[in-house]
Design a protein around this ligand. Structure first.
Ligand SMILES: [Zn+2]
Length: 311
């Protein structure tokens, strides 16, 4: 696979989800294998402090993914999902403010921007991150597991039955190619619960949230007139995971199985994956990993593991 950038700069303005301020975002071409670089041009107008993409530079994961410290930028995950889908490896992203505009709450606007800026293939190869043996992270009943596979695919399950009757346990599987992501995932909007809204606003969260950029669930219903997919909320969780995994800056090859995950677990997984990729594991070590994995899968009683492992 070749590295890719865009051919020209493009800017869009919009309201941000959490602070509720207006902000703008500019994509610019990038060459010389510099990867994906962010700038907060409000705090760093001379662009002296690039924020290189990495799971190790994530500074906040509550309700969105933020990178950088002094020049922090919030809510980058929907851009990253679009970059992953369009296979962009090299780009400069300038955000005029501390948070990326939310637009319609999905990744689709960023995909349109990238298309408009036109994608250019660079004369250099990019090697993907390949999952060679099981990798997992978990916290209470939430988990993410990566399994070897010839392609990038995600199985995701959620259960918000304690919050809304419309979001009981549900599961979906997608083979994440560009086309499938754009068609089936990219337009899924972020979501929230009416019962949390006042509380979030008091904590300076979701101040720009509205029915134009989020699905709002009540206990028995949904406030939006239309939904884009029957399981839109679940698909948005997949979108977020795709975006957070792209903190690695390279495509991933493997099957990711996630249950009730979120930005914090996604980022933990990306970090662990990074170290696994770096480690030249000995056969003894891999045996130990597989044994640990057997213990974990029996503990979690996941029949799907068996099926996947036996395939
Ligand atoms: Zn999201």
């Amino acid at each position: 696979m070749k590295r890719k950038t865009i051919t020209k700069a493009i800017t869009r303005e919009g309201v941000t989800l959490h602070s509720g301020n207006s902000s703008s975002i500019t994509f610019r071409p990038s060459y010389f294998r510099r990867g994906i670089l962010f700038y907060n041009t409000q705090r760093d107008p001379y662009k002296l402090h690039p924020i290189p993409l990495s799971p190790f530079i994530v500074s906040n994961t509550s309700f969105s993914t933020a990178i950088g410290n002094d020049y922090r930028i919030y809510t980058i995950e929907h851009i990253l999902a679009a970059l992953q889908a369009m296979e962009i490896s090299d780009i400069i992203i300038e955000v005029e403010g501390d948070e990326v505009p939310v637009f319609d709450g999905s990744s689709y606007c960023f995909i349109e921007m990238l298309r408009e800026a036109q994608i250019e293939e660079l004369d250099e190869e990019i090697t993907p991150y390949i999952i060679k043996y099981p990798i997992w992270v978990y916290s209470e009943d939430k988990y993410i597991i990566g399994m070897p596979s010839s392609q990038f695919s995600i199985t995701y399950s959620i259960d918000f039955s304690s919050k809304s009757d419309l979001l009981p346990y549900q599961v979906a599987y997608f083979n994440i190619t560009s086309d499938i992501f754009i068609r089936e995932i990219s337009r899924a909007r972020t979501f929230g619960f009416l019962e949390d809204y006042e509380n979030m606003k008091q904590n300076n969260l979701a101040r720009g949230g509205s029915l134009d950029n989020a699905l709002i669930y009540t206990r028995e219903s949904i406030l939006n007139d239309e939904i884009r997919y029957s399981n839109e909320a679940l698909r948005h969780k997949i979108l977020d995971l795709v975006g957070d995994l792209y903190l690695l800056g390279k495509p991933v090859v493997g099957h990711i199985i996630a249950h009730k995950a979120g930005h914090s677990l996604d980022v933990q997984f990306a970090k662990k994956f990074f170290w696994h990729e770096k480690a030249n594991e000995s056969s003894e070590n891999i045996k130990r990993i597989l044994k640990d994995f057997d213990e974990l899968s029996s503990k979690l009683k996941l029949s799907s593991f068996e099926k996947i492992k036996n395939n």
